[in-house]
Design a protein around this ligand. Sequence first.
Ligand code: NAI
Length: 283
Amino acid sequence: MATVGVIGAGVMGKDVAITCAANGYDVVLVDHDSDVTSAVPGQIRGLVRKFRMMSPDASDWKTDDILGAVRATTDLAEVAKADWVVENIVEDHAAKERLYLELRPLLSDATRVAVNTSCISITKLGALLADPGQVIGIHFMNPVPLLGAAEVVRGFHTSDDTVAQARDFVGTLGKKAIVVNDMPGFVANRLSHLFMNEAAFLVGDGVAEPEQIDAVFKLGYGHKMGPLETADLIGLDTVVNSLNVLHEEFQDPKFRCSPTLKKMVAAGLLGRKSGQGFYSYGH
Ligand code: NAI
């Protein structure tokens, strides 16, 4: 059975691990924080229960089978023999850079590396490994098991073979691969962060309440979720980090982060994961 090494067991890492396990892969889920890895089994139980209720495709998922296929560990070396490594650590260039330098001596030629990032350059991270050709971006959408597409991002040196293997891998997870070229934010986040950021400016300027802003998007434009609900789902800290990357990379003031978002993150209001963001989530 093919093995996927998933690095980072936060919002995305757990979803990616569950999706891979539900589709027949053995998963090693690595996080550097042992409190995070010990919480993984309980959190996977809760997430699988939720996904079973939310999607007919997940209705026959067996919690015990998925738990049996995912092993959480703090030991990065355990990804060495994986067929795919999917990296999902924090959206911070320096942190990702340190991790890729640690990964460099561990990986074999056969392992393909998928960067799951909102905005960070695949080309820059690929350059840190011995063979940048084996590195590609797979930008999974949140919540991973429920959404039918992933942006597959070709870095400057990504090989054609890695692109083909990424298409296959994403296909085995029941998703359509949309192959795009490397540029900060790719397609999804370059667009969506403008909406989320401007919506936060609207709140800060007192133009409208979050419910009203999201209602305009949902009822007016037919989107499933509004920009502030989406920001809460992603995590406001991740949104701020991504805006900072976009701002720095493009040197364009349109990506400057709203002070409202910065203030909320400083106050610990991170969205769903902390129980409070633009909305409250009673947990
Ligand atoms: P998160 O903050 O929820 O989780 C990050 C995890 O990485 C934490 O558990 C942390 O302990 C772990 N970590 C940090 N440094 C590490 C290291 N050196 N080794 C091992 N583990 C380490 O972040 P989230 O939201 O899961 O995002 C992860 C990546 O996925 C980011 O690059 C983000 O931009 C991207 N992304 C996020 C989406 C979202 O909706 N949250 C959607 C698509 C992509």
